[in-house]
Ligand binder design. Structure first.
Ligand SMILES: [Zn+2]
Length: 499
């Protein structure tokens, strides 16, 4: 492994050798017996995964009504009547599962009836839909209630196969539900595949579970594992990633793919999953030079924002993606004879790449003149004006960041504060709700007003005044000119604290 990358890994990871990364997964002692939980759900899989048995033990005296994140889930559920499980549970017409009595009840889940990804010639695993398996009581309305309840609700998985859940594992095969009310199903890989669990030096709670869902070689797995570790660490250096466990599903991109990662997607709603297609032949250096992973993990610094307001979440990830990339280490890779670039040069490189994005956004917007950011955002699927929306949104976050600096704080600090106090107040946010919540945390609120003005304008924003504030001029040639390096370094220091 190249020296600088190794240094980078050492800086961030709990373990210094890649081999040990491949095996790390600590579990705290599991002392509380199942019956101490208010509700415990055990899911046992049949060997071929065509069915699963769902056992729900309920200690509450009052009836419990459960819902799933998949509306049709009840259709695949059939009560199993045994001497221990009386016939006092049923599935109602709204697809809710109602359990009237204290005690344990069993259901058969018909997994093969629901169209899901099954093993193929080069895949030995199933991708199950989480909504078929997990049921949530709906007597809980508020976040505070859910947070308290979550500790009393246990999920246990019984299978000899490899599987992955985007939930926090409290001991082997025992999980807690996500820290917010779940709202959307995700893919659960189960069967035969390689899995790597990652832990990090700088954050005890932060974990990632990498699932190689196509046949990658050991070397390819090592490179991808290092890359994902560096991406998570780079983003976590900006602000603390709040997810307990991030599930990363990795697929092979076509041999002919020109891009290193031609496809990437963040899924949230029942935990957090990032799915990516990766060119298996890519070297570690090529992977790290690609912005995709840095973009995807940056998304996780904010909660889920509704799709109509894509400019807000995409702008945020686009604004931060280059700032999370380890430029100094990368340039040292490419110029192994020369000294590694100093931190200001590496910051200039990152900012130049950011300006390159802004430039692509402007050119894309020229094809959709007179459309506001909000309109383009809502019509993203039909207009496909991705670059315009992403980079216009990024400019808004840049402006928010600079205004925060005038109040002696910064975007990373505000995001940290928001994630600690308010992130889980809702599972899904609108741009307005998020702006209001952020405004509550600062002395002189301005974010809501700023986004309302900017998102309804139809001209791409002028940004030279913003650049002036950080001592930079745009030379019109996709390269920035530093006119006040102190101002620029002050702005950038927050993104490169440990350089
Ligand atoms: Zn994105």
């Amino acid at each position: 492994m190249a020296k600088n990358v190794e240094k980078l890994l050492k800086k961030y990871l709990l373990n210094t050798s890649l081999l040990s990364i491949l095996a790390v997964w600590t579990t705290s002692g599991f002392s509380r017996p199942l019956h101490n939980y208010e509700i415990a759900q055990t899911i046992s899989f049949a060997p071929n995964f065509s069915t699963a048995t769902l056992n729900i033990c309920n200690q509450r005296k009052t009836p419990v009504e459960y819902y799933s994140t998949l509306d049709s889930a009840a259709r695949y559920l059939k009560p199993i009547y045994t001497s221990n499980s009386k016939a006092s549970h049923f599935i109602n017409s709204a697809g809710k599962l109602v359990i009237r009595q204290k005690g344990c009840f069993e259901f058969l889940v018909n997994l093969s009836k629901y169209r899901q990804s099954a093993p193929s010639s080069n895949r030995q695993h199933h991708l199950l839909t989480s909504g078929l398996l997990f049921w949530y009581p709906n007597y809980i309305d508020t976040t505070a209630e859910w947070m308290a309840f979550r500790k009393h609700h246990l999920v246990q998985i019984k299978t000899n196969s490899t599987y992955s859940l985007p939930f926090t594992e409290i001991s082997e095969h025992h999980f807690l539900y996500p820290p917010y009310l779940p709202f959307m199903s995700q893919s659960i890989p189960i069967g035969e595949f390689e899995q790597v669990n990652l832990e990090f030096n700088h954050s005890e709670k932060l974990k990632a579970r990498l699932n190689f869902l196509d046949p990658f070689t050991k070397d390819e797995q090592s490179a991808i594992t290092s890359w994902i570790s560096i991406a998570i660490s780079g983003v976590n250096q900006i602000a603390d990633l709040p997810s307990d466990t991030i599930q990363v599903n990795l697929f092979k991109a076509s041999h002919y793919s020109r891009e290193v990662t031609p496809f990437a997607l963040v899924e949230r709603g029942e935990g957090t999953t990032i799915s990516m297609k990766v060119r298996a032949s890519a070297t570690l250096e090529q992977l790290i030079s690609d912005w995709t992973a840095f973009h995807e993990f940056s998304h996780l610094l904010l909660p889920f924002i509704r799709r109509q307001d894509a400019w807000m979440s995409e702008g945020f990830a686009s604004y931060l993606q280059y700032f999370a990339m380890p430029y100094s280490e990368l340039s040292a890779q490419h110029n192994s004879d020369s000294q590694s670039k100093d931190k200001s040069e590496s910051a200039v490189d990152a900012f130049n790449d950011f300006m390159g994005g802004i430039d692509r956004g402007i050119r894309n917007h020229n094809r959709h003149p007179n459309k506001s950011l909000q309109t383009l955002s809502e019509q993203l699927r039909s207009t496909r004006a991705y670059r315009a929306v992403y980079w216009w949104g990024a400019l808004i976050w840049f402006e928010i960041d600079l205004s925060l600096r005038e109040q002696s704080t910064s975007l990373p600090e505000l995001i940290d504060q928001f994630n600690r106090c308010c992130r889980f107040h809702r599972a899904m946010w609108t741009a307005t709700e998020l702006a209001k919540s952020l405004d509550k945390l600062i002395e002189k609120p301005f974010i809501l007003q700023l986004i309302q003005e900017r998102r309804h304008q139809s001209d791409y924003p002028k940004y030279s005044l913003l650049l002036n504030k950080i001592g930079v001029q745009d030379d019109g040639n996709r390269n920035i000119k530093l006119v006040d390096s102190d101002a620029f370094n002050r702005f950038f220091r927050i993104y490169r604290p440990s350089d």
